[in-house]
Design a protein around this ligand. Sequence first.
Ligand SMILES: [Zn+2]
Length: 398
Amino acid sequence: MPLMEALRSLDRTSYRCWLLLACALFAFSAVGCAVGGGDNDDETADESEQEGSFRLSAVTNDRGDATVSFDLPEGTTKFAVTALLGDDDLFVRFSELVSGTGVDYLSPERESISFADTFSRYVNTASVPSRREDPALTNGERYTASIELEDGVGTPISGETVTFEVISKVDPGLDGGRLRLNVFFVGDVGEEQTTKEVIRAAIPTMRSTYSAQAGLDLDINEFEIDGPVVLPLPVTGDDFYRSAAGVGVSPSVNLFIGGDVDARSAVGEVLGVAGGIPGPPTPTERSGVAVSIFAAAGPDGIFSAEDTRILGETLAHETGHFLGLFHPVDFSGSQVTAADPLDDTAICGFITECISNSELTRNLMFPSPVSDGSGGFIPQNDLTDDQRGVMNRYIVAD
Ligand SMILES: [Zn+2]
């Protein structure tokens, strides 16, 4: 399930028994984007990079399908296509994303490489190309994107207008650059000075991981906005994120810092949630990562140095989801139930094998922190070359 795969969990009360981790504190996050604004004077921006965007629309047929075809500016190396719905109660997934010469960028060899091919409410986004192994874009190609629309219980919806937003970029280097983040301090808890201080103390952990492991320099803008103490769940979508993301710089990844995150369906307490894998790059109902300060502080309500480091890892981890990364492995109980679509991330067969593999336990995208055996947790800040490749192909990365 998308929600669980976007999850990072941490059980502080039973870290001596890692097998119980699945049930305590959860760390979710989601990222999004913002409209308007624009800081074009950043010296790290490569002037050779050109960003373009346009919108197309199509009406679903009697099978609930809609298709658009489009050309891209010369030199385009990556793009994101987002399907936006006018009706809040409908669900959309991509069913085809193909170049004129037949390259399948959605699910090559029938392998699911993102959640673009999974039904999601309000909006869905695909990143093209997504992985290092996916073929590079070539000039003069025409691309075709098809979606399916349904009501959430499998009934196709016909006669609905779907808007396709395409953002393209001429980014000659898909191995590093700049990543813009909007950090929103939300409501009474988010706007507290102590909250801002702990986030500012946690960000260097994320910044160093992104710089050293992904080649991405973070360009951060901070905002204070009104909002609830308990943030809505971005992976299911909420109008709050669409309007709030519009306040920030666009395109960006949006981190929303609040008291808590409303994830009643999850077991335990939620630290943060990501709005998608990948998330939408413009302001939508799912354009955000939500982070809980209460959960990050733990039961004592005090931020230790390790709490702060883990908060930084959570910001980095959930942003990783938003850029398109899955966990290397996912669990159900002690069983491994899923692996990411990348060749160079480690795999394992069952939980005890997984947590004895330091390639996995040190990876930023491992589903949860792992006990270091002496009362703390192993730092998780490694990324593989393939993970770096996904992050740099996401459209918000320059
Ligand atoms: Zn996760």
